[in-house]
Design a protein around this ligand. Structure first.
Ligand code: FAD
Length: 298
């Protein structure tokens, strides 16, 4: 289908985009990579009267490490994250997540900020941001605020962003060291959204005793969710098969998957538990310095 008619304008700076969003109000939508918004408009599930193209704003594509963590501009693409040497070297969970998003067209056009703002329940960035305790820098003509990823997603496709507000940057705080992470996605076929995905970030002493843990799931609820009970069950423990098995049961219990064409609730809960076990294995091997491919579930 064709979208309904709309006006289109290009913002050349964040300030200009914010001014246009404020001027045109609820009927206007920011257009970043267009990989969610354009398909929705073609299906007439979204019909904004004006698109404000923010995709050409030059200074929002950075991926930069500081002593506080990694700052990722809202317009950094999934491919940009995936090919960043900093991400590949030091942020394996993010590299895994970026690698499994859609196909190369989606990864080349789609942006981190757009994915978080879209708040698809199956969003790979949503789960990655929760597990990495990301903070979202947001701006409007009223000023700037920083929101935690935890609490940012309030319902399916709904966030705490105001209609005239933009995400400008996502800050991923440096995890407590020594840390390792992984992201695993179960999908029916390459390029599909997840049946269920897991993001796991651990701080490990002597490569096996858990000092900090963060677990998040995608496609396991109306929003990306944190498996807080499962994460708490790992703290202070040697990660042996018994502890991992118990935590996997908690992951399954904390998931709230919907029944859909990708599977039953029971299947998705079992898949979440199995993915968790795989993710722990990957993280433990990575903590020992092994190069392990992840992203797609085995
Ligand atoms: P757009 O489509 O331009 O915008 C999406 C929404 O976010 C709009 O409402 C827009 O107004 C708003 N927005 C955009 N940028 C900002 C900002 N900086 N601040 C505030 N609001 C903003 N995603 C996955 O996670 N996993 C997948 O496996 C996956 N597979 C896909 C397969 C296909 C075929 C397609 C088309 C998409 C897929 N996606 C997947 C979605 C993809 O990740 C999109 O890139 C992403 O959801 C939206 O990013 P975008 O830059 O394209 O945003």
């Amino acid at each position: 289908m064709y979208p309904r008619a709309f006006d289109y304008c290009v913002a050349r700076s964040v300030e200009e985009a914010l001014e246009l969003l404020s001027r045109y109000g609820d009927d206007a939508r920011a257009l970043a990579g267009g990989q969610s918004l354009i398909p929705l408009m073609k299906l007439r599930l979204a019909s904004p009267s004006r698109l404000i193209d923010i995709g050409r704003i030059a200074n929002l594509t950075h991926i930069a490490q500081s002593d506080k963590g990694l700052a990722v501009g809202a317009l950094a693409t999934h491919a940009g994250v995936l090919t960043s040497p900093i991400v590949r070297g030091q942020w394996p969970l993010m590299a895994d997540a970026a690698s499994v998003i859609g196909d190369s067209q989606v990864r080349n056009w789609g942006t981190v900020g757009g994915a978080l703002a879209e708040a698809d329940p199956a969003s790979d960035w949503g789960a990655a941001a929760l597990a990495l305790r990301a903070r979202l820098r947001c701006a409007s003509t009223r000023g700037e605020r920083v929101l935690d990823a935890d609490g940012f997603f309030i319902d399916a496709y709904t966030t705490r962003l105001a209609p005239d507000e933009l995400i400008t940057e996502v800050i991923f705080p440096t995890p407590r060291q020594p840390a390792a992470g992984a992201y695993l996605k179960l999908e029916r076929r390459a390029g599909d959204f997840a049946v269920v995905s897991i993001a796991l970030q651990l701080t490990l002493e002597k490569n096996s005793v858990c000092r900090d843990a963060s677990i998040a799931l995608a496609a396991a609820g109306l929003t990306p969710i944190s498996a807080l009970d499962a994460a708490a069950s790992l703290i202070g423990k040697e990660l042996n098969p018994h502890v991992i098995g118990e935590a996997a049961e908690r992951v399954a219990a904390e998931a709230e998957p919907a029944v859909d064409i990708r599977g039953s609730e029971e299947y998705k809960r079992a898949a979440a538990a199995a993915l968790f076990k795989q993710a722990v294995e990957v993280v433990l091997r990575r903590a020992r310095g092994e190069k392990v491919e992840a992203g797609h579930a085995r």
